[in-house]
Design a protein around this ligand. Structure first.
Ligand SMILES: [Fe+2]
Ligand SMILES: [Fe+2]
Length: 188
């Protein structure tokens, strides 16, 4: 590795930031998966939960390459993004808009991760840490694929379904199947 001119410190701090973020995401995703009404969206969140578990393991490998213990550094940005997702759950759980709201909230998380991993891959390259760059690149591509899958869900019916909100809101929307049948009725 070239002599440290600050970039190594930036790289290590960036790793700690995203390690913290991934661990917060691990806690948030199950709550999000539970709050949504559509099975497809639940499946997408659960799929990304298991990917995130593997991403945390990859970060541990990168810490090891650097000869460092895996350690998180508090990241107010991800805390804020996750808090906004929790707000969506509080305000919209049980309505037809919950899925649209949480898909968008999840995309905010993905975009944050893509920005972080993008920089880390580039810095690992400059620091001649090619193994680390390769490992981080795998995760970067996973985050990008997740973002695209979420866009497809949003455009493929989730946003449109959110228009049914006012009708569903008046009903007792606690039961998910009831919400779905309301939407089916509205479509007829
Ligand atoms: Fe991630
Ligand atoms: Fe992600």
């Amino acid at each position: 590795m070239p002599t440290d001119n600050g970039l190594q410190t930036l790289f290590l701090d960036g790793l700690k930031d995203i390690y913290y973020a991934e661990n917060q995401i691990l806690k948030a995703l199950p709550k999000m998966a539970e709050a949504v009404a559509t099975q497809e969206v639940t499946d997408a969140f659960e799929k990304h939960l298991s990917e995130t578990e593997a991403q945390v393991e990859r970060l541990k490998q990168v810490f090891e390459i650097l000869g460092q213990e895996p350690k998180g550094k508090e990241c107010p940005a991800i805390d804020g993004i996750i808090a906004e997702g929790e707000e969506i759950i509080e305000q919209h759980e049980g309505t037809a808009a919950i899925d649209a709201g949480l898909v968008a909230a999840a995309q905010a998380v993905e975009h944050y991760e893509i920005a972080r991993y993008g920089a880390l891959v580039a810095w690992a390259g400059v620091l001649e840490l090619s193994d680390a760059a390769e490992i981080l690149q795998v995760t970067l591509e996973e985050e990008e694929a997740t973002d695209e899958a979420l866009t497809e869900l949003a455009d493929g019916g989730v946003n449109q379904a959110a228009l049914g909100e006012s009708e569903v809101e008046e009903e007792d929307a606690e039961d998910e199947s009831e919400v779905e049948s309301e939407q089916d009725d509205a479509a007829r």
